[in-house]
Design a protein around this ligand. Structure first.
Ligand SMILES: [Zn+2]
Length: 450
């Protein structure tokens, strides 16, 4: 510090004490972080059954500093009147694919910088829905995550899993029948390099896991059974042996993180649970016995309503539409059995393939009313999803405080909402009108409260 600035500070301190003005610089000799006070709100904290009226929330920097009914306002504080509306945690999507804004085939043919631009558009759209964090379940979203964190792009927090790991002929093997095999002397095309690592046998699986971790995966996504969007693997197929899945789990554990698998069937999920997989993605065709095993193993169920698929299903359809119908048949049973066994279902949408998929993701709220109350869905989409994200341990990119809750020390990721989503979750579907303030990391991205 040079003499001039030291003298300036003394003059400022003198002036402020004489005039009775309090500034952070004069009081502490250090920079006071930006403070925002949101007053006159009801708070739903992400875990309770009810909201509390007449509250204020003070945000300092990117964290919630205090919560109370009569918080003082400092002169450096920006004050926002919440007009008695509901303040709640930002929404978390437990299963999306921001780096797959087009169909798997188009990933091969479209220019990579164009795809990156689409992903940025999708990310901004998602944040403006009030979704402040996403768990990205496959596809190269790690560069997008970095751009968002650095303020280059606008979007939610992203937990990338980088490349899918798939066996030959598995759900992530998107080659045409004429494409050579990348591990049998053929070249890997862009999908083989950036989107899916084809790996067979424990040694290749370990190498693939390590490659995805090196690229920035916070957790690993493995395809353990047949899927809808892939062309050559029927839904009933079990992909990977227990031994191969165990290799993936071991390699992930060495990086202090875990494996999540794509799987619909009992056989695929039982293999995964035996191998130590922590999260089952989808699970639509699971029996009660397998769900009991999942609960016993303390594994997570990350499923989706696939409500948007219902409209496209025609009886007797073949190909991918037929596979979708097969999966959809199990959805009611899965959700109702999970409810009966008290297994929380993470809130996720599996959005990918077109911009419309991200746009219509908000309807997952309404689709879930078929099985759950509004309050149950809200808990799934906030505090429960945050518990799932915390499994990433030291690979968690966001370690300053908890996500998915409104509490002192938590990240300031919050919404102010008109209407009462605790009683009618569908108010969040009309996000344009009803979500009046969106804050992520202490930064306001939307405010129509004034
Ligand atoms: Zn998915």
């Amino acid at each position: 510090m040079n003499l001039f600035s030291k003298t300036s500070l003394i003059i400022i301190a003198l002036l402020t004490s004489l005039c009775g003005i309090s500034t952070g610089v004069a009081e502490e000799g250090a920079k006071v972080a930006n403070q925002i006070l949101i007053r006159n709100v009801s708070i739903w904290d992400g875990t309770s059954d009810e909201s509390v009226t007449g509250q204020s929330v003070l945000i300092e920097g990117n964290l919630i500093k205090s919560i109370g009914d009569n918080l003082p306002t400092g002169t450096t504080t920006t004050v926002i009147d919440g007009h008695g509306r509901l303040l709640m945690p930002g929404i978390i999507d437990a299963h999306t694919h921001l780096a797959l804004p087009v169909s798997p085939n188009e990933l091969r043919t479209e220019d990579q910088s164009y795809l990156a631009a689409l992903s940025m558009q999708a990310a901004e759209k998602v944040l403006m829905h009030g979704w402040t964090t996403v768990r990205d379940m496959g596809g190269p979203s790690q560069g997008l995550a970095r751009a968002i964190d650095e303020g280059i792009a606008v979007g939610p927090r992203v937990y990338p899993s980088a490349m899918f790991i798939s066996q030959t002929s598995g759900h992530g093997d998107f080659r045409s029948l004429n494409d050579p095999h990348p591990n049998m002397g053929g070249p890997a095309d862009i999908i083989g390099q950036r989107y899916t690592l084809i790996a067979d046998g424990p040694a290749e699986v370990k190498r693939a896991v390590r490659e995805a971790l090196r690229q920035g995966a916070t957790a690993i996504k493995v395809m353990a059974g047949g899927g809808i969007s892939s062309q050559y693997d029927p839904i009933d197929t079990t992909q990977y042996s227990v031994e191969e899945l165990r290799a993936a789990v071991e390699a992930a554990a060495q990086w202090n993180t875990f494996v999540a698998v794509h799987a619909y069937t009992d056989a695929a999920v039982r293999n995964a649970l035996e191998a130590g997989v922590r999260v089952i993605e989808h699970g639509h065709l699971l029996s009660e016995d397998t769900l009991k095993l999942l609960k016993k193993k303390d594994a997570y169920l990350s499923s989706q309503s696939f409500g948007f698929v219902r409209r496209y299903i025609k009886p007797g359809a073949s190909g991918r539409a037929g596979k979708a119908a097969q999966v959809m048949e199990g959805t009611d049973n899965l959700m109702l059995t999970a409810l009966k066994l008290d297994i929380p279902v993470a809130f996720g949408t599996d959005s990918f393939g077109s911009m419309r998929a991200y746009e219509s993701a908000v309807h997952e709220f309404g689709y879930r009313l078929r099985w759950f109350t509004s309050l149950e869905i809200l808990k799934q989409a906030t505090s429960h999803n945050a518990r799932l994200l915390a499994l990433t341990g030291p690979r968690n990119p966001y370690q300053d405080g908890p996500l998915g809750v409104i509490q002192v020390g938590a990240y300031a990721d919050l919404l102010v909402v008109a209407g009462n989503p605790l009683e009618d979750i569908k108010v969040l579907e009309d996000y344009e009108n009803n979500i009046q303030l969106i804050m992520k990391d202490g930064v306001i991205y939307k405010n129509t409260l004034e």
